[in-house]
Design a binder for this molecule. Structure first.
Ligand code: CS2
Length: 462
């Protein structure tokens, strides 16, 4: 078929011999991030990075991948576009029906790494139990421990996973001790924007590659970053990963804080405003001069200062460029999901920092008010949408009866300490700023409330 889009040929490595990694969570992000890093290692001849991909929820995807023996195409879209075939996922399993095989895969002699991208809300004893079952079998088989790497947007994601596994193994102290002695849980920062596959992408896959590519195609941006703590069960992996562009560092914190605050923090703000205003994609938000200027202020005045990633300003500028990539068509409603799990990671630290300096952050107050307004599940034009969140029922049961009452809304939603942190949820000046912001949103609407804020700032700095 004729196509202007380049198609990179498939890697020529022996997939039947490729093994070494079990990955939990076969979502779009994993397939465009870590799996492509491991694909590079496999293509360079190191066969220890073949992946047993475990679908945690999406059985349809697992079935689709199976039909193509795990192969799937990734469209990398920037100034130029190219399809890359990825074959690193050599085997697929479903956690729901094949947990015994998952345990066996974790306990296989060839397995060296166990990785996860299961989203923030899935860090539960249930997932840890699956891991610990596999590790118990490894120990019983006299096998070495594993590097167990979380690839989710959580602060201290490796430490968090480790403590969850140790909690679950408490009843079996010998296993607990074995995990501590033999396994390593590096913290990491992962970054690549990967929207859910759209109908438009499926159409491109059909035209460029043929029908067999439709169900598994996925697209992403050229940029990616994986910064991981130098803390591996096999220390020589550090050098191996560096060869394909992974940054292996002693301390991930500066990178993690910058990414969660600037990228994810900005994303969440973009998402709630956009869902309310009816802007469907991230690029639709940043293409508007007022919204883009407002976002820059949020990033440079409130989310950025205090970060210790040395190049955070350059990173913030590069994010604005990434957000403008129109090819991604990254849906704002998708990003808005799971807000109760995301806000504590993304906004709460910056709010706390600014409050400690003595002034409630005004841009974050408007974003927080937008989140509260978003929980009503209806946009500024009266169109309804679904609030996807593990706590949606509880949150909407607070938000909906308080509709139209800014004070009641903020006094109830703003005091949830698990979302805002113990300080902000008790800080009267902050709650007052959010209440005022909520009134502004109700009175003027999203676009005019942003513009008003910019004008007031310009006048007060004149
Ligand atoms: C986004 C992230 O959906 C979201 O909440 O903020 O998935 C974001 O695209 C990635 O973390 C980028 O690395």
């Amino acid at each position: 078929m004729n196509s202007a889009v380049q198609v990179i040929p498939r890697g020529a490595y022996d997939r039947h011999r490729a093994a070494g990694v079990v990955h939990l969570g076969l979502g779009a992000f994993h397939r465009c991030h870590q799996a492509m890093v491991f694909e590079a290692l496999l293509s360079a001849g190191d066969l220890r990075w073949g992946i047993v991909g475990v679908g945690m929820r999406n059985d349809a995807l697992v079935n689709a991948l199976r039909q193509h023996e795990g192969w799937y195409p990734v469209l990398v879209e920037g100034d130029t576009s190219a399809w890359h075939w990825v074959g690193a996922v050599t085997q697929t399993l479903m956690a729901s029906t094949e947990s015994g095989q998952v345990t066996a895969a974790i306990a296989a002699p060839t397995t060296r790494w166990l990785t996860l991208s299961v989203t923030e809300k899935a860090y539960t004893p249930h997932v840890a139990a699956l891991i610990v079952e596999g590790l118990t079998a490894r120990r019983a088989g006299g096998l070495p421990g594993l590097t167990i790497a979380s690839c989710d947007n959580l602060r201290d994601n490796g430490d968090c996973l480790k403590s969850l596994c140790l909690q679950v193994s408490l009843l079996n102290p010998a296993v607990s001790q074995w995990i501590v002695e033999h396994c390593r849980f590096p913290n990491s920062m992962v970054d690549r924007i990967v929207p859910a596959a759209s109908a438009a992408l499926k159409a491109k896959a059909l035209i460029d590659l043929g029908t067999h590519a439709i169900d598994t195609a996925i697209s992403t941006e050229p940029f990616w970053e994986w910064v991981i703590q130098d803390h591996f069960q096999d220390p020589s992996d550090a050098q191996v990963l560096r060869q394909v562009g992974v940054q292996v560092v002693a301390d991930v914190r500066p990178f993690e804080d910058a990414k969660l605050g600037l990228l994810n923090g900005a994303h969440s703000a973009i998402a709630y405003f956009s869902v309310l205003a009816g802007w469907q994609t991230v690029d639709a938000f940043v293409q508007q001069p007022v919204a883009c200027e407002w976002l820059e202020r949020l990033m440079f005045q409130e989310l950025g200062p205090g970060l210790i990633r040395p190049d955070w300003k350059a990173y913030a500028n590069s994010l604005l460029t990434r957000f403008k990539n129109p090819a991604l068509a990254h849906k704002t409603l998708q990003i808005a999901g799971d807000s109760s799990q995301k806000i504590p990671q993304r906004w709460a630290p910056a709010i706390g920092l600014r409050l400690a300096e003595g002034a409630p952050p005004r841009y974050l107050a408007l974003a927080s008010a937008a989140w509260m307004r978003y929980l009503l599940g209806v946009d500024e034009h009266g169109a309804q949408f679904t609030v996807q969140d593990p706590l949606s029922q509880q949150l909407q049961a607070i938000a909906i009866p308080a509709r139209g009452d800014a004070n009641k809304t903020v006094q109830s939603l703003g005091r949830i300490a698990s979302i805002w942190g113990p300080l902000a949820s008790q800080d009267e000046a902050w709650l007052k700023a959010v209440t005022q912001a909520y009134r502004d949103l109700e009175t003027y609407g999203v676009a005019a409330a942003m513009q008003r804020m910019l004008v007031i700032d310009a006048v007060s700095h004149a």
